[in-house]
Design a protein around this ligand. Sequence first.
Ligand code: 6A9
Length: 762
Amino acid sequence: AAGWKRWSEASRLVTPHPAPPAVPPGSTGPLASPTYFWGTYRPHVYFGMKTRSPRAVVTGLMWLQHGGNLRHTSEPNDGVSRYGWLMHDGENFGVQEIRDEGLLLRTEFVKQPGGDHGGDWSWRVTAKMEGKGPAPLLSLFFYVATDGQGTLRPVLENGTRLAAVAGTAEELGDFTLTFLPPTGEGGEGPKYASYNFLAAGVPGLHRLTDLVRHSLRESSVFSPPGRPRRRFFGVSSTGGLPGEPPRGQLLLHQVTLEPPAVLEVTLESGSAAGARQGRLAGPVLSAALAQHAAAFERRFEDTFGLGTRGVSLPQRRFAQAALSEMLGGIGFFHGRSLLRSEHREEPLPGMESVLFTAVPSRSCFPRGFLWDEGFHLLLLARWDAALARDILAHWLDLLNADGWIPREQILGEEARSRVPPEFVLQHSETANPPTLLLALERLLPDAPLPYLRRLFPRLRSWFEWLNRTQAGPEPFTFRWRGRDPDPERFLNPKTLSSGLDDYPRASHPSAQERHLDLRCWMALGARVLAALAERLGEPHAPYRDMAAALSDNALLERLHWAPELGTFADFGNHSSAVALRWHRPAPVPGRPPAAPQLRREVREAPRPQFVAALGYVSLFPLLLQLLRADSPRLPALLGSMSSEQQLWTPFGLRSLARDSPLYLRRNTEHDPPYWRGSVWVNINFLALRALHGYARAEGPHRERAAKLYRELRQNLVANVFRQYEATGFLWEHYRDSDGTGQGCHPFAGWSALVVLAMAEDY
Ligand code: 6A9
């Protein structure tokens, strides 16, 4: 019987939720959504496109400055000094700039509707050198590859120049990809170039870079008339990776030349032939790009009104780039998560899923993260509400029969190849803040009823899952599950589920804990579900009651106000007297001495108490606006926020107070502080939004909230902008001592919320 129970619980884990899908079948295909069919949905490559199909045909760009590195996928710290979309409308058009060791690449695309398969598109890649000196030899590699379906046929010119590819695939139908001869910078041409091509079997898209690298030989010769000959690395015409059976096809066109140069590629859909008037290339493409750029500028101004507010041009360009990086970071993924269940030893492949989502970072985290997405959608909803709704619906279709959505979505081989194995497994007890409901709250007023109706049963199950599995030790309390149980290894065991990873919690994880942030998220969730149910004419009283109970300020105080700390706090089995100490394991006779280890030392026994860790968690009743405007606790929170000893910095609110015991402490030898001092934009955005609300509400602290709001907004925006000007990137978090960008870059994820702060759109 126990075996049966285990089996059935494990199988629920990989069973889709029974409600009808939130994304109606066929609704994302080329007929129903032609303009979202093709897109730059490969955020992990510098430049590439695919369709929103499982096992889609993909196109992409690689480049090589001879003597340098082959570039293809964006990797953390790979030495590409700057890249990012300067404009991207999320649908039809984008302009990206890449700076790599003196080379300046501009990658642009435009789509053109027509036919039944997502229409046509064109690329323009402009390469030039910055600075003086002889131009190095540059190779640009344009490729198209299949992933288990579809066929590609090369059209060769003079035996080595891949002039075109004729292809056909599911959903995409027949298409022709044409590689136009390179021209000079002003379009004058043709320009002298050498050509190589490669046709190879692909064992999987995650192997593309290696496949090409493996095929390069320094035996090609660049010999412009009347100039010295130069050898360079060229692909050899056929190849593959030994021992890896092919699953798809690759056709690659290598162009080698001296910059400056302009290269164009067109994709023409077979079914659009009737609608097309000439090829989208050359001057026609220039005109289309200019038209789209002007439309983007207008729409950006109409949406955010930064020009009207008198925001400077450099700041407006920065805001456009921040939004564009988020839109250009949207990806389409297909595959299965790897799951870890409490009921089974071995990892379990999850259900086959597709996911349309933005990503936190193209280089470090090019995949979906549950609570990050709620923040992304706040911005996306303003730019393109239909796009935001579609992304939200995709996330809800990841729900399993239990009502669980895995926190990190590592779908497919390309995504998996970017994650160290110890991080791949998703644990079935692990939650993540329900920020999708924050996004839904914003989308609610304008969302069509049939859409909301499809979402409702799923949102209800998801929320019930949270309510059931993350319940706390007493009524109206909640506890994050899945904290690291081994208290010896860490200064403070992490709580990845909360999204705040190493933010200090009770030192000794136990079932007694009650987590303040989760309780506040649940209050928000109940409020949004009540509003949704009411809008749909569904019974909403239970959600209203729950929202009311969880927002009751007296109950909140009884459970979470720590008089001895003068703030709201978590409660649990806790000791503040902990430290990491070097520990030499006892010698074992006959064995070499073991290396010393950092172990946690607890100098004072833990006891049930409020957790002294003033920071983001303490602010949650304010951040999610649960505190009443006349709450007698509001001054204490406003005081902590504005105190430089505690949370205030000239760059935004730091995550943990300077006078808090674990401020800037490492968690292990290899684990530097993360949410223990740095300034994070998502929480600062919530703070601005809340202060803006308190500044508008009638109450005794209105003026104080208004002043804090103005100063915080000024500090946050100015610093993110300053760092962008200095480094060319948005960053994952910002150092509290001097504002320097830290962690991953580019990180347009929730850091791009500065755009909403600039527009004061909460
Ligand atoms: C590690 C290492 C090349 C951590 O933005 C995504 C998440 C947030 O949801 C979370 O709140 N980040 C924050 O604390 C990044 C998580 C990355 C985990 C995978 C793999 C690979 O590095």
